[in-house]
Design a protein around this ligand. Sequence first.
Ligand SMILES: [Zn+2]
Length: 426
Amino acid sequence: MHLFATQVNDIRVWRSPDKTRLVFDVSDEVAHSQFFLENPQRLVLDIRGTRKPATVGTPSLSTTPISKIRYGVRNNKDLRIVLDLKNKVTSKSFLLKPNATYGYRLVVDLFDGQKKAVTPIKQPSQPSSRRDIVVAIDAGHGGEDPGALAYGGGHEKSVTLNIAKDLAALLKKEPGFKPVLVRTGDYYIPLRERTSVARKSGADLFISIHADAFTDRRANGASVFALSRGGATSETARWLAQRENSSDQIGGEGGISLSDKDDVLAGVLLDLSMTSTLSSSLEVGDKVLKNIGTINRLHKKQVEQAAFVVLKSPDIPSILVETGFISNPKEGRKLKTRNHQRALARQIHKGVKSYFVKKPPPGTLLAKLKADGKVNTRPDQYVIQAGDTLSEIASRFGISLSSLKTANKISRSDRIRTGQVLVIPN
Ligand SMILES: [Zn+2]
């Protein structure tokens, strides 16, 4: 007979701006209790019928409110974990059921003392004719949820964070734009919270960035998604949506069922304003897709639609960019390079900018700049569509046919083809 039924096999610590998450991998379902002790501050965690082998590592605690983790045995059979605390926190703990990535996990969240509430941006504090266009950038996955595994090692969560930060840096330099990073480090945010960060910051657009995997390693190419209410537009779209939506179970949100809530939301809210939001999502998605198409193969030439949870804001145009298949040997290797990450951010930035230059929301600085003729509304690239002719493209951008040909080194005998990218000279 075994005295100890269960083992703590590993421990991970994730620090986010307002809380610290500890995750204990346990070999089986366990019962636990927790309580605080003062002078000095401690959080005590008792896990019944459990032991800790000597091999459990010691995670770095430098940015956390924990100064030390100590283990002890109670009643000869229970595990007592004592967290020595540097400052006062509140705590919540729960057990997570196994999923595809992990077995049972005991999650302990320590919330920082003075909670910094996300203050909504007060638009009226700026003259109403000059507010910035707010773009919420959501780096997919994070923390306990690594996302897809890259070919040759590495994780989706770090690729998406790099691209998100690059995109934010580009938008920050753009007059009239204000980027908001939904995730700033390696920690998990539940899907619903991601959209609520966007709403609280008054976002005009929500962009979720991913780099996914598919069962077939040959799958490659970037895609852009908008929400679909009914069926997904392709089998891959359906598959990816399922995969991304399972993030909350992997990232650890206490086994909350998202699906029922989604249906309620879908029914009540989506009908009200979804139609116009969705057409904006498709439009901005199309611009982003076309621009990415200038540097990367596309998985599908059109914006696809699927039921991604993060896209379900009824009032904020939202797109999800799959920057490529990280599971593909060639694309995976490329996606892990800073160069390619920066190039992708540049193309997403271009697409976003050209959408807003075309349709600046009323009351924004960009709308004013455009009205004053201070915005260059001419794109610097154009992707040839079926039925286009060179002279028609030239006249559309107000340039001469010869300058268009020279800029693109097109001689008299050259044919143009759909999908070809033209440089539009200034
Ligand atoms: Zn993803």
